[in-house]
Design a protein around this ligand. Sequence first.
Ligand code: NI
Length: 209
Amino acid sequence: MPANRSTGEKRERPDDRGHDERVQADEAPALDPEVEARRIAATSFIHKLGDPVLKSSATAVDRFDDSLRRQVSRMTAIMDDAIGVGLAAPQLGVSQRLLVYRVGPDAPVIALANPRVEWASDESEILDEGCLSIPGITVDVERPVYVRVRAQDEGGEERLVEASGLEARVIQHEIDHLNGILILDRTSRDERKRALRELREAERQREAA
Ligand code: NI
């Protein structure tokens, strides 16, 4: 895998330039206005860095009923409209151990309740990762390349997922959300400082505009 591939919740773009978001945004083809409007609407539902819900440990799912299935549908719709590859319930302000992901446009949506990493490989890799709750930045995150995860599906049936590469990374990123851990907690001090500086700068520009 190329070392500067963007992963995490941000879907990759063909001209991905790693962590220079501004260059990336300038060079990326403009989204269709309707798609862009849906993306903006979807991201408005996603809780952002600074919200305490993102720092808390979520509660186990114990009822596999219609309300859970509705929650999965809502999460899937918001993830897709936000052009993300994964979403965890706390990102919508719901403190539940529930995540959804879709690792490619044609891949099925997978919903995992109460997921836990049962085994992770010693082999790890460092890749650039983004998060829908921290828009505008990506940071290097080191994670195991292979994981085995035990979870339940939305009907409460036990589900075993053996994942590698992007799928393994997305699952680990979303499980982190269930434990109140963000990519800024998983990166080096220098990367964190740089990312926070970029966020402050973007904020300053928004205020000046
Ligand atoms: Ni995230």
